[in-house]
Design a protein around this ligand. Structure first.
Ligand SMILES: Cc1ncc(COP(=O)(O)O)c(C=O)c1O
Ligand SMILES: Nc1ccccc1C(=O)C[C@H](N)C(=O)O
Length: 436
C-alpha cells in the first residue's frame, strides 16, 4: 500500500515517528523479543500485548536451561543447579512485588488467574448476616462474573440479591467513580467484598484503586483487584493502598506465554497470624505449609506467614522459567517506572495521530486523561455503514494485529517493551486507508 498520510504538520510524517524511535532510550529492548512476521517477511505491527505479550528471548533461554537441568539431573534438579526447582517461585518474588507495589512477603506466583480469584474469595468473601453482597462492575471480564456467581452459590446465597453491579450511566461507556462511592456510602453495610479490575479490559479505563480501597475500608468492606490488564502496564502501590488482595495473569504485559502461572498479592495484615484457631481460613495444600517442616509429612497445616501460605501445589517450573525470563527483560528495561514513561508517550502519540488523521471517524472510548489510562486504547468506528469487525479484519490483512471485542471495540495496545513509534505511524496510515 502507498503511504497516504498527510504531511500538513510534522507529527503526521514517518520522519517524525522515526525521530521518536531514535530518541527512545528503550528502543533497544525490542531486540530482546521474537517479533511475528507478516507474509512478506516484514515485522507485524503487533498491538495485542494486552491479550498475549510477545516472547522474550530470555524466556526461551531459561525454559531450555530448565529442560536441560531436568534432562541432566532428574529428581536432583529440585535441589541442584543455579536455579533449583524447590525454591524456583522465589526467584520471581522481588520483581513481581515491584510491579504491583507490594512487599516481597505479599506476593507469590501460583496457579492461574481465575483459580487465584476463587482462592482469594474463599478467604476474603465471608458473608455474615446482612453483610453478604459482592460488588463488581457490570462489564467485568466474564470469568470474574462466573467466579463471583459460583462463590455466591457455594455460600447458598441468591445471586440476584447478592451481586451488586456498578454500571456506567446510560449512554456512557466509562465507569463513574461517584456512582461507586454512592453505593459504598448507602449500601456499604450490606457489602462483604468489592472485586474490581485495576484496568477495565474493554475500555482501558484505570480505576482509582487507592480511593476505592479507602472508601470501602471505612465501611468495613474488603477489597480485591483483578490486575490482568494493570500489571506491567501501570504503576501501583498495593501495600500502601492497603488493598486486601489482588490477582493477575502473566501472559499479557508480563509476556510469559499463554496460560502461564499467575500472580497473587495478599496484604501482610492477613498473612502473619498462623494461629490455627484465628488465622484467615483458606483452601490449603502442602506447598503453603511451613517450609522447614514440609517434608516431615505431618497432618497439621502450618501456613507460611506470607502470601506463599496460599500456595497449594508444587508449581509448573517450566512456566516459572518463562516468567523469570520476562521479569529479567523488564528489569533490563529499568522496571515499570521506565516502561510507564515510554507508554505515556506512545499512547499520547497514537491519540494525536488518530485525532489529526482520522478526526471523528474514530472515537476513542478510553479516558483521555493519562492517569486514567494505560497502554490500551479502545476504538470505535464512527462511520455510517462501516462495521468495526470488518475494519479489524482489514487491518489484519495488512499486517496489523489488534483485537476485536464484542460488541464493537477494536483494542490496540502499544507496549513500551517492544512497540516502536513507527508501528503507530503505520497503524494509523493503514487504518486511514482501510477506512477510505
Ligand atoms: C480481566 C480478566 N480476568 C480474567 C481473565 C481470565 O484469565 P484466566 O484464563 O487466566 O483465568 C482474563 C483474561 O483472559 C482477564 O482479562
Ligand atoms: N487467555 C486467552 C486465551 C484465548 C483468547 C484470549 C485470551 C485472553 O487472555 C483474553 C484477554 N483476557 C482479554 O482481555 O480479552
Amino acid at each position: 500500500m502507498t503511504q497516504t498520510i498527510t504531511t500538513n504538520n510534522n507529527k503526521t510524517t514517518l520522519a517524525y515517528a522515526q525521530q521518536l524511535d531514535i530518541n527512545d532510550p528503550l528502543a533497544i529492548i525490542r531486540e530482546q523479543f521474537a517479533i511475528p512476521k507478516q507474509a512478506n517477511g516484514e515485522d507485524e505491527y503487533y498491538f495485542t500485548g494486552n491479550s498475549l505479550g510477545l516472547q522474550p528471548k530470555l524466556a526461551r533461554e531459561y525454559v531450555i536451561e530448565l529442560l536441560d537441568s531436568w534432562g541432566q539431573r532428574g529428581v536432583k534438579g529440585h535441589f541442584e543447579g543455579d536455579h533449583p526447582w524447590m525454591p524456583y517461585h522465589e526467584f520471581l518474588t522481588e520483581q513481581s512485588a515491584l510491579l504491583v507495589g507490594g512487599k516481597n512477603e505479599e506476593v507469590v506466583m501460583m496457579n492461574s488467574l481465575t483459580t487465584n480469584l476463587h482462592l482469594m474469595m474463599v478467604s476474603f468473601y465471608q458473608p455474615q448476616g446482612k453483610r453478604s453482597k459482592i460488588l463488581l462492575e457490570d462489564h467485568a471480564f466474564p470469568s470474574d462474573h462466573y467466579a463471583v456467581e459460583s462463590q455466591l452459590k457455594h455460600h447458598k446465597k441468591n445471586v440476584d440479591d447478592n451481586m451488586l453491579l456498578w454500571t456506567p450511566r446510560a449512554g456512557e461507556e466509562l465507569l463513574n467513580h461517584d456512582d461507586l462511592y454512592q453505593m459504598i456510602e448507602h449500601q456499604g453495610d450490606e457489602i462483604a467484598l468489592i472485586l474490581l479490575p485495576g484496568v477495565q479490559y474493554y475500555t482501558g479505563q484505570v480505576l482509582d484503586m487507592k480511593t476505592i480501597t479507602e472508601k470501602a475500608h471505612a465501611k468495613g468492606i474488603l477489597v480485591g483487584f483483578d490486575l490482568a490488564h494493570a500489571v506491567g502496564n501501570i504503576e501501583m502501590a498495593l501495600h500502601n493502598w492497603q488493598v486486601d488482595f489482588a490477582c493477575w495473569c502473566s501472559y499479557k504485559y508480563l509476556n510469559s506465554g499463554a496460560g502461564s502461572v499467575a500472580g497473587c498479592f495478599v496484604h501482610q495484615k492477613h498473612s502473619t497470624n498462623t494461629d490455627s484457631e484465628t488465622q484467615v481460613n483458606r483452601f490449603a495444600g502442602w506447598w503453603g505449609h511451613d517450609k522447614s517442616s514440609r517434608f516431615k509429612m505431618e497432618n497439621t497445616f502450618k501456613p507460611i506467614p506470607t502470601a506463599e501460605g496460599w500456595q497449594l501445589s508444587n508449581p509448573p517450573v517450566l512456566s516459572l522459567a518463562a516468567i523469570r525470563g520476562s521479569l529479567d527483560t523488564i528489569k533490563m528495561a529499568g522496571g515499570i517506572k521506565e516502561l510507564r514513561k515510554k507508554s505515556i508517550k506512545l499512547t499520547q502519540y497514537m491519540t494525536e495521530l488518530i485525532s489529526s488523521e482520522l478526526g471523528d471517524k474514530i472515537r476513542i472510548i478510553t479516558p483521555s486523561n493519562q492517569a486514567e489510562r494505560g497502554c490500551q486504547l479502545s476504538l470505535m468506528i464512527n462511520v455510517e455503514g462501516l462495521d468495526g469487525k470488518a475494519m479489524f479484519t482489514a487491518l489484519e490483512e495488512n499486517g496489523v494485529t489488534t483485537d476485536w471485542r464484542e460488541p464493537n471495540v477494536i483494542r490496540v495496545a502499544p507496549v513500551p517493551l517492544y512497540n516502536k513509534f513507527q508501528d503507530i505511524y503505520h497503524f494509523v496510515r493503514l487504518l486511514k486507508e482501510c477506512l477510505q
